[in-house]
Design a protein around this ligand. Structure first.
Ligand code: PRP
Ligand code: URA
Length: 212
């Protein structure tokens, strides 16, 4: 399997947060906290190559050289679970635009179904950071990339928590230009399309919406 499109965050703080999100006993507030930390760590890597322009700033003492972020960034959370990753990215890029995409996986076919998409027709962002904790078959992420490319976005980057090899391969085949930034590459998908060892249903766990 090619992994050229995949960057895994190797960091002791990521390992510790991964332990927390994987643990079935972790309650929703602590699950969201750990997702927050993992997202910050992934976002730092995913944004490392964003362009800046040189400028100057007047400090209380002197005029000093400075750098200003020089790009229009869009944050694209895939609902629901991707919502849990929005605030940490906004904390790093407060002026980013947030464009929501509503997608769910059909439980039988595992195909993505779109229920919300209101991207404007013109003026695409320069860089889109697509947020979703889980890349399983890759179908939802690929559907999001298709929509963003139709909007005209040229630079797409995916931020996740867990990826399955099947999803990484599917993205590499259909969108080889998209880089994936995740905290871990897991082992495989089970018969229901869940990532193993995984963390279960990310949306249910983030929003305390686990059906009895
Ligand atoms: C989950 C997850 C991804 C998708 C991944 O969402 O958050 O969007 O599944 O699976 P895929 O790679 O096979 O497409 P889900 O459809 O469960 O919706 P939810 O976030 O509302 O729970
Ligand atoms: N979506 C999830 O929330 N978890 C998985 O393991 C796969 C898809």
């Amino acid at each position: 399997m090619t992994q050229e499109n995949l960057q895994i965050c190797h960091h002791p703080l990521a390992s510790d947060a991964l332990r927390i999100v994987r643990d079935e006993a972790t309650p929703s507030p602590l699950f969201r906290d750990a997702i927050h930390r993992l997202t910050v760590l992934a976002a730092l890597e995913a944004t490392r190559t964003l362009p800046t322009r040189s400028t100057t700033v007047q400090t209380p003492l002197v005029s000093a050289s400075a750098e200003a972020l020089d790009v229009r960034v869009g944050i694209i959370p895939i609902l629901r679970a991707g919502l849990s990753m929005v605030d940490p990215v906004l904390s790093l890029i407060p002026r980013a635009e947030v464009w929501h995409l509503g997608l769910f996986r059909d439980e039988q076919t595992l195909e993505p179904v779109t229920y919300y998409s209101k991207l404007p027709e013109a003026q695409p962002v320069d860089v889109a950071l697509v947020l979703d904790p889980m890349l399983a078959t890759g179908g939802s992420a690929i559907a999001a990339f298709d929509k963003l490319k139709s909007w005209g976005v040229k630079d797409l980057r995916f931020l996740g928590i867990l990826a399955a090899p099947e999803g990484v391969q599917a993205v590499a085949a259909s969108h080889p230009d998209v880089s994936l930034y995740v905290a871990a590459l897991d082992d495989h998908l089970n018969d229901q399309g869940y990532i193993v060892p995984g963390l279960g249903d990310a949306g249910d766990r983030a929003y305390n919406a686990v059906a009895e």
